[in-house]
Structures are given as C-alpha cells and as structure tokens.
Ligand binder design. Structure first.
Ligand code: 4AD
Ligand code: MG
Length: 431
C-alpha cells in the first residue's frame, strides 16, 4: 500500500522532487481555486496545495481538521510556507474524513479544564507533541546515565503492605480478602536489592493520595529511584547532580526545536552543571527569615519557601541536613548532631523547587527499631525491612527523582499535569 512508503514531513522539508506524505490536517484554508492544507505528522508540519479541477481538490474540499490522508505530489520552494516548502498534490492515495474536531486553538487557550477532558485528542497538539518528545528524552537519559555507571535496573512491586512515606497519602486497594496499598516509593525494595547487586535503580510509578490540588502534585507519578551500598550523603550529592546535569544536557542536545516551540528560555538550562549549590537546612532557615518568612528551626520547608530559595541561586540547590521531625523515619541521623538527618532535597531553579528527595539510611538494627518506635510506628509492620539490618548490613544511601517534575521544569511548564500524557490528581481520573 502506498502509505507504507511515505516520507516523514521533516525529511520531506529537506528534500525535493516527488514524495508521498501522510498525516493529519492541522489547518485548512480555502481560496477560490486553491485549497491549502497544513499537514501534520509526528515529525513536523508542511503545507499542501490542491488545485481546482483535480480529483484531489474534490477530496480536499471534504477534509476538516484532523482528517487523515496520504497524498503524493511534488515539492516546491515557498518561502511563505512553514518550513519553506510546499507540496503540490497530484493524488490523494487514501483518506479518512473526520467529524468536526472539538478543539480549536481558541478553546485551547480558553479553558484548560476542557483540554483535560479531551486529553485523548489534545495529545495531538504541537505543544503536547513537544512535551512528549522532551519527556521521551528525559526517560531515555535516566536509563542511559544509570546503565553507563553500572547500576542494575530492577523492578519492585506496586502492591505493598506498609507505608514508606507516611500513612496519610496511602491508597488502599482490596486484595482478595485483605487490604493492601499502592506503593509510594520503591525505596525499601531497592534497599533489599543492594545486598545482591550493590547499585540498583528503577523507573516506575508511585502513588500518593495527595488530598490537595497543587501545581506539582499528582496522585500517580513516575519515580526514578536509586539505592547504593557503601556510600554516604556527600557521594549521593555527587550522584544527584551528575544525573540531573546529564538529563538537561541530553534535552539541550536533542530537543532544541521542542524547547523553542514551547517558548522555553534555554539560558537557565545551559548553566545546569556540577557542582550545584549546597545549602544546609540551617542556612536555608536564615535566608528565609531574612526574606520575611515566618519560619523557625524545625519547621518544614514548603513550596513557597522552596520557590523563594531557588530564586536566590542560578543553579539547582542541594538542600541538606533536615531536622529529624520533617523527614521519614528511615533517614539516618547525623551521629555528630542527632537532631539532624543526613538527608538531601534537590531543588530545581527558577522557582520549580523539589525534584529529588534522598539521603543516608539507618543501617543499624537497634537504631532503626528505636526510630520506628519514636515515630509512633509499629516495628511489626516493618519486619522484613528491619530484617535487612540483621545480616551484613552496610552504610548505604539513595534517592527518588520525580520524573514528571523534572519534565515540567525543563520544558518550562506551569503545571505538572501538562508534563504527563494522562494526568491523575484528586479530581481527575478520566480519560
Ligand atoms: O521526597 P519523596 O517523597 O521521597 C521518597 O519517596 C523517597 N522514598 C525516595 C527515595 O529516597 N528513594 O519523593 C521523591 C520525589 C520528590 O522529590 C518529587 O520529585 C517526587 O518524588 N514526588 C512527586 N511528584 C509528583 N507528584 C507527587 N505527588 C509527588 N510526590 C513526590
Ligand atoms: Mg520529599
């Protein structure tokens, strides 16, 4: 069939002569003797010209937005056309006339809730195409980076029996005669796996029953997590800044067109190179106080505070040394300063805030059991996790990177749901 041998639009724009193209109607304009159709495929857009009196013209008259077609014609230079070339169509080899398309560019601007309802169609927009391509590069870069450094990719279960990140955001699921939870993080399973493979990573969904709608929270998000034996906080900060810098570098190499289409300024991304700024929690509190925030040592650092902090720096910030109270129980306390944990959050610049959370884990059995009790939790719920500390336990550390947040930041988006093809939040589970 003719449409199996079509040329991608981006390639056609670089070539000349006779080609077959296939795609969807992105725009259409009718003059008396001519119809201009801008055709879209996954690689770009090109203008098609249909002339009255040809059979192709009669078909073009019937095409509306997002109709599909395969057309053959001859490429001509046309400086006014997108990409500088247009295709003078000689034949339409196949087509599928669409119903009136329920999205137009005005609706697109007007009502983002509507665009979420028709997300299955909005994915075809050039904007979503650009985001999805950046997302593709980000996921690829994560795998490249870990694999090149000798991390083994592993998989952890999504059905779990005890909270990693606190009970408040657990989703309950009926499990035959029992109840289980959806995982909030694969961390504990990665901790088990380091005793086999030493350096492991996974890229998987995590689930949080986040009760509020914010710009940076989803109920289902993609989590890139790593765990490594024999390392401490200082090593970990080298790893997180290496990974983030590599992701940004790959997007800058591969996705200039997409960043441009999204109107993303690339200058702030160019400076994302190691070393990042290292700011202790203590220093952060002082900076925030000076900026007029009502914050005391021991308080958590929320989204507004993170935003203010990142605006002080031109690169991502490694915010380390959080108080025990504001971090989950598994974080190792600093032996020199027990009220503080050996933890780090990486904050993306330009106001974006936390994209990574991680730190050293408690590796001593007694210390872990004590802390579980101190946090009002039941050691019985964490039996196998505690068991890991009974047989050749070693110092180790790890982190989790919110992939959707990284895409949001790199693509310069206002809302995390625009970074995801089918977002899920407290109000949205369709389509
Ligand atoms: O800081 P969090 O909660 O840390 C953990 O889950 C650790 N157990 C990870 C680890 O050490 N293996 O989550 C890690 C990251 C956050 O920095 C954020 O980027 C992202 O996951 N994240 C979310 N992204 C979107 N929506 C949510 N509701 C998110 N919650 C966390
Ligand atoms: Mg966190």
């Amino acid at each position: 069939m003719a449409y199996r041998a079509a040329t991608p639009i981006a390639e056609a724009l670089k070539g000349s002569g006779r080609v077959t193209l296939r795609g969807w109607v992105y725009r259409k304009r009718e003059l008396r003797d001519k119809i201009f159709v801008v055709l879209r495929d996954s690689t770009g857009i090109i203008q098609l010209v249909f002339s009255r009196g040809t059979p192709a013209f009669d078909i073009a008259e019937r095409l509306n937005m997002e109709s599909a077609l395969v057309a053959t014609g001859t490429l001509k230079e046309e400086p006014r056309a997108p990409g500088g070339k247009e295709l003078h169509v000689e034949s339409v080899d196949w087509y599928y006339v669409g119903k009136p398309y329920p999205i137009n560019e005005d609706a697109a601007q007007a009502d983002s809730e509507y665009l979420l309802d028709v997300r299955h169609l909005w994915l075809r927009s050039r904007r979503m195409q650009a985001v999805l391509k950046i997302r593709h590069t980000v996921f690829g870069a994560i795998h490249e980076w870990f694999r090149r450094r000798g991390y083994y990719e592993v998989q952890a279960p999504m059905f779990i029996t005890a909270a990693v990140e606190g009970g408040a955001t657990l989703f309950k699921v009926n499990y035959f005669d029992d109840v289980v939870y959806l995982t909030q993080s694969s961390q504990f399973y990665l901790e088990a796996l380091i005793y086999s493979l030493e350096r492991v990573y996974t890229v998987a969904p995590s689930f949080r029953a986040e009760p509020s709608r914010t710009r940076r929270h989803l109920t289902e998000f993609w989590h890139a997590e790593a765990e490594e034996a024999w390392i401490g906080l200082e090593d970990l900060m080298g790893i997180t800044e290496g990974l983030i810098s590599y992701i940004v570098e790959r997007v800058l190499e591969e996705r200039q067109d997409e960043l441009k289409l999204l109107g993303r300024r690339t200058a702030p991304l160019e400076s994302v190179k190691p070393p990042f700024h290292r700011v202790s929690y203590d220093e952060a509190v002082e900076i925030l106080k000076k900026k007029g925030f009502k914050i005391e040592w021991g308080d958590d650092i929320g989204a507004d505070e993170e935003r203010a902090l990142t605006l002080e720096f031109d690169k991502p910030v490694q915010l380390f040394g959080f108080p025990e109270k504001v971090k989950a129980f598994y974080h190792r306390n600093d032996p020199k300063r027990p009220e503080v944990t050996l933890s780090v959050d990486v904050l993306a610049p330009e106001g974006y805030g936390e994209v990574i959370g991680g730190g050293e884990r408690i590796y001593d059995e007694e210390e872990l059991v004590d802390k579980i009790k101190r946090f009002g939790l039941n050691p019985k719920d964490y039996q196998w996790y505690i068991d890991l500390r009974r047989y050749g336990s070693v110092p180790h550390a790890g982190f989790g990177l919110g992939v959707d947040r990284v895409v949001m930041w790199i693509a310069g988006l206002d809302h995390i749901r625009d970074a995801v093809p089918f977002p899920r939040d407290i109000r949205r589970k369709y389509p």
